[in-house]
Write a protein that binds this ligand. Structure first.
Ligand code: MF3
Ligand code: CO
Length: 250
């Protein structure tokens, strides 16, 4: 599939889809507390998506069984919500959520601390979020795709954290995953030229240890190979001739 340029009408629908998703994330963030199960987060998120007039896009995607991916501590992404997993004070929890509005997809992820967390965990969450903004600063028409990847990598490198390589960002629009793939680690090439009207999900996944990940037997949950903590930060963005629009910010 080629990289698509969205029309003004499509961009309006993307904006609305993303605006609704930002509300979902804000509500979920405010609800997080020790003692809550990951299943409760999924139920709350799914209900909210429907109330806002959206359709959860993760549910049944390649067989994924929930609406919100909930990944705790060494789980990087695609954790499956369950009544058995109870959040504890000091955990970090990554919430990845998306929805479809009038045929247009949105996708965003945040990592939150549960109660008081360690300074190392806080740093990881902050650096992961900051690396997104460092990358997206490069996301404007005329620059090249891997300028984004290279800027994310360069931002994280001085901290010595691991950058996950097996999962990457992506184009988004009438499908959750469109071309191109957007790596979060340095590339030797600069990639194609960005054009106004492209919409991407940029999503660095960062660990306190190495970059290597493994899949659990459920074939969804991605964990760090060394058991270190992982954080995830993702927004859907729009390329313009000037500064990019970050569509999933509240
Ligand atoms: N935000 C995720 C991504 O871009 C989508 C989750 S895939 C699902 O990879 F199957 F879990 F929905
Ligand atoms: Co994504």
């Amino acid at each position: 599939m080629a990289v698509t340029i969205k029309s003004e009408r499509e961009i309006e629908l993307m904006r609305e889809s993303c605006r609704l998703l930002a509300i979902v994330h804000k509500e979920l963030e405010e609800s997080i507390r020790p003692g809550m199960t990951t299943k409760e987060i999924d139920e709350k998120g799914e209900k909210l998506i429907h109330q806002l007039g959206g359709i959860p896009n993760f549910k049944n995607y390649n067989g994924y069984p929930a609406s919100i991916c909930v990944s705790v501590n060494d789980e990087v992404v695609h954790g499956i919500p369950t009544k058995k997993r109870v959040l504890q004070e000091g955990d970090i929890v990554s919430l990845d959520a998306g929805l479809i509005y009038k045929g247009y997809h949105s996708d965003a992820a945040r990592t939150h601390g549960v109660g008081q967390i360690s300074p190392e965990a806080r740093k990881l969450i902050d650096v992961t979020r900051e690396s997104f903004f460092a990358g997206v600063k490069m996301a404007k028409a005329g620059n090249r795709l891997f300028d984004i990847s290279n800027a994310i990598d360069a931002y994280i490198k001085p901290y010595g954290f691991g950058i996950v390589r097996d999962l990457v960002g992506h184009g988004i629009g009438t499908h959750l995953h469109e071309d191109p793939q957007i790596p979060n680690f340095a590339q030797k090439r600069r990639g194609f030229k960005l054009e106004a009207g492209m919409t991407f999900a940029v999503e660095p996944m960062v660990t306190l240890g190495g970059w290597e990940v493994e899949w659990l037997d459920d074939d969804w949950t991605v964990v760090t190979a060394d058991g270190s903590l992982a954080a995830h930060y993702e927004n859907t963005i729009l390329i313009t001739d000037g500064e990019p629009e970050i569509l999933t910010l509240y």
